[in-house]
Design a protein around this ligand. Structure first.
Ligand code: GLP
Length: 262
């Protein structure tokens, strides 16, 4: 794992978007794992910007999202399907048939989960997975005690997560669905490369637990410590509680692989 500390949230979003854009340029058939949430909005805006200004080409890119709320069909305006269409899919030249999210309104959710895993396999696996970090330490919707080898399945959401996501439901916590269909921690770990983006002082404690704490299913993001190519892109505010932050700063400023990105 490497932690790249940026001066601001905007700089962190810039860096994440540049890394994704560079991966797409290097491999126009990239299979991109997409996340949702506030942190991703700035990243998708920047990718749209690159598409419009320098012609970043999504024509052959495939996407797989991490999760979807149970009970919300693809047309529902609070669904992640809707979020993705608005934020990215309809603003670049992605082919709708190349975009994938689990269907939270499927009649048989276990079958939907199995099919989703099969689709990822048929696509050749995920090349680059974007991740945010939830307040409970979740990645996707892998809430505490999610098995570190779990696959796509239904998961009950914690009160903390439903509170965190209430702004997307007009501030009404009770309106946030109680369950979600999410890629498992094991599914996420199979991505060839992972970029997790974490910004804001409110994430400082959970970021420190996720990256420097012991690996535990209580904080599913700690499983990323096992991944050989995981880059955590943060701002100074989120980095505030990291014990090793001086070293991470030095590494970002001095390691040759980051020359083009600082
Ligand atoms: C949600 C999503 C996660 C996301 C996380 C962080 O619950 N399921 O995929 O990464 O919350 O969200 P935010 O970026 O809004 O802090």
């Amino acid at each position: 794992m490497e932690i790249l500390i940026n001066a601001s949230a905007a700089a962190a979003e810039d860096l994440a978007a540049r890394l994704v854009a560079d991966r797409i340029t290097a491999n126009p058939e990239l299979v991109l794992g997409c996340a949702t949430g506030k942190t991703m909005e700035g990243i998708y805006d920047r990718l749209v910007g690159s598409h419009l200004t320098v012609g970043l080409d999504f024509a052959r890119v495939k996407t797989f999202n991490l999760d979807e709320y149970v009970g919300l069909g693809p047309a529902h305006e609070r669904s992640y399907h809707h979020y993705m269409r608005e934020r990215l899919f309809e603003r670049v030249n992605l082919r709708a048939s190349n975009t994938h999210l689990p269907n939270g309104a499927a009649p048989d959710l276990a079958a939907e989960a199995r099919e989703y895993e099969a689709l990822i396999k048929v696509a050749g696996g995920i090349d680059v997975q974007l991740l945010g970090l939830g307040s409970t330490g979740h990645i996707g919707f892998n809430e505490p005690l999610s098995a570190l080898m779990s696959r796509t399945r239904e998961k009950a959401l914690t009160v903390t997560t439903r509170r965190q996501n209430a702004p997307m439901f007009g501030g009404d916590e009770a309106a946030v669905p109680t369950r979600a269909l999410t890629m498992g921690v094991g599914t996420i770990l199979e991505a060839r490369e992972i970029f997790m983006v974490v910004t804001g002082a409110h994430k400082a404690d959970i970021l420190a637990r996720a990256t420097e704490g012991p690996i535990t299913s209580m904080v599913s993001a700690t499983a990323l410590q096992l991944h050989p190519r995981c880059v955590v892109i943060v701002d100074e505010a989120a980095a505030g509680r990291l014990e090793g932050r001086e070293y991470y700063r030095w590494q970002f400023q001095n390691e040759p692989e980051w020359v083009a990105y600082r």
